[in-house]
Design a protein around this ligand. Structure first.
Ligand code: FAD
Length: 414
């Protein structure tokens, strides 16, 4: 294994959501000196609590990254649901696409995991990582850079200095503003209505999505046979359903969901999240690197948001290990710019694909064309395989950790 090029170099990770926590953990395991700052602290999760409202479909590539960090088995053994089948339907004319894992040589297509459980497992692992100092609750309110270092100021006035800063402070990223990063923002004027739903038949492992003219409705499988609903709706409709009765929501779901799993038999608590697309014009500013939602936010219809963030983290770990092997400063501009460019081309492609898909399914006028396209893809194994590879986060441009290379192998190779 390689040894630190300059062991005194310090990395500040701002934001301990799943992306910041994964970055801090992997970098600590590589022997970098890391300080993790988070405004809130460790997420609360226990198996006795009901299934959380926020879940994510973790791709096989992201699962490999979390496995490299040593947390994936804790996550899956606590509470999760691997799924092997995906169905996408056009609500307008019933055209459908389906993907079965074994048909494409995969063990599974993804795993549904509660955000809080993932955060909880990552913070538990961080507590045992001696190279990571945790400061929480600690809210960053200012950030300045000189040619020699980068500093942040906390709410209580304390200042911290580092060689490199990773901004992982989420979609509303205060650091993105403090660093002066602008970007393209698309407000969909939609909300994602989320909650747990039981149908008369159990969901035994299908991630199902139907595109309706108002936005997609998805049911993601949970371990107890229920589904986690993500229903994209115009903001006003989402607010009305959120405030309305269970009976009213059940009726609406039964109307639009067709015969997937039969009628709704039970609804849990629900919440609604505003949906936007945001692409920062830079993800590297001097000694600061933006990762995860701080760098890019996409519509959840393809379940790619957090998976793109995990790929950011894995690609950055590779870059920093290479810098260390070469005996170069971690903040060396050329290396960080190469990292940023490589990630930008992947992220832009995915964001454009997700955005375009959303628009295509909302346009009534192109319904026949869309239907033709879906039938074409369904009839082609090669096209569906290419789609799955990208969605799995394990395509040819994926970071080594996502393709199953272990952290030890990566460190030895560098
Ligand atoms: C309805 C919905 C469904 C989704 N489903 C999926 C899915 O199926 N698959 C998928 O891949 N993605 C999905 N996503 C996207 C996914 O939830 C996000 O991409 C992911 O949670 C972003 O993680 P993050 O760590 O970058 O940011 P966050 O989780 O927002 O974490 C940011 C952290 O920064 C901290 N922080 C903020 N400001 C400061 C400060 N000033 N100082 C210190 N700390 C600070 C906060 O305390 C927080 O811990 C979905 C999103 C929505 C809205």
């Amino acid at each position: 294994m390689s040894t630190p090029g300059n062991p005194s170099e310090r990395i500040l990770v701002v934001g301990g959501g799943v992306i910041g926590a994964t970055a801090a953990l992997l970098l600590g395991q590589c022997g970098f000196q890391v300080t993790l700052l988070d405004a809130s602290g460790a997420p609360d999760w226990s198996v006795d609590q009901p299934v959380g409202l926020r879940v994510a479909a973790i791709s096989p590539g992201s699962a490999q990254i979390l496995d490299a960090a040593g947390v994936w088995s804790a996550v899956t053994s606590a509470r999760s649901c691997a799924y092997g089948r995906m169905q996408v339907q056009d609500g307008a004319d019933g055209a459908a696409l389906s993907f079965e894992a074994p048909l494409f040589g995969h063990e599974r297509l993804g795993t549904i995991v509660e955000n809080h459980l993932l955060g909880h497992c990552l913070w538990q692992a961080l507590a045992h990582e001696p190279a990571v100092e945790i400061r929480a609750p600690a809210r960053v309110t200012a950030c300045t850079q000189t040619p020699a270092h980068i500093s942040v100021t906390l709410e209580d006035g304390e200042s911290l200095t580092a060689d490199l800063l990773l901004a992982c402070d989420g979609g509303a990223s205060p650091l993105r503003t403090l660093l002066g990063v602008r970007g393209r923002v698309w407000d969909y004027n939609q909300r994602g209505l989320v909650g747990c739903v039981r149908h008369t038949r159990p969901n035994s492992g299908t991630a199902w999505q139907r595109f309706l003219p108002t936005g997609p409705l998805a049911f993601l499988p949970l371990a107890d046979g229920r589904s986690s609903m993500v229903w994209t709706l115009p903001s006003q409709d989402a607010q009305a359903l959120l405030a309305g009765s269970d009976e009213h929501l059940s009726e609406r779901l039964n109307e639009v969901a067709g015969d997937f799993l039969g009628p709704v038999s039970e609804l849990g608590p629900r919440a609604a999240f505003p949906l936007t697309m945001r692409l920062g014009e830079h993800s590297v500013v001097g000694r600061a690197v933006l990762l995860g939602d701080a760098a890019h936010v996409v519509h959840p219809l393809a379940g790619q948001g957090v998976n793109m963030g995990f790929a950011d983290v894995a690609a950055l770990v590779e870059t920093l290990l290479e810098q260390r092997r070469q005996g170069r400063a971690l903040s060396q501009s050329a290396a960080l710019q190469r990292f940023a460019q490589a990630r930008r081309s992947e992220v832009s492609l995915m964001a454009a694909g997700v955005h375009g898909l959303g628009l295509a399914f909302r346009a009534d006028t192109i319904s026949p064309l869309r239907s033709l396209g879906m039938r074409l893809v369904q009839s082609s194994w090669t096209l569906r395989d290419a789609f799955l590879q990208r969605a799995a986060g394990q395509g040819p441009n994926a970071p080594a950790l996502a393709r199953g290379v272990s952290l030890g192998e990566l460190m030895a190779a560098r």
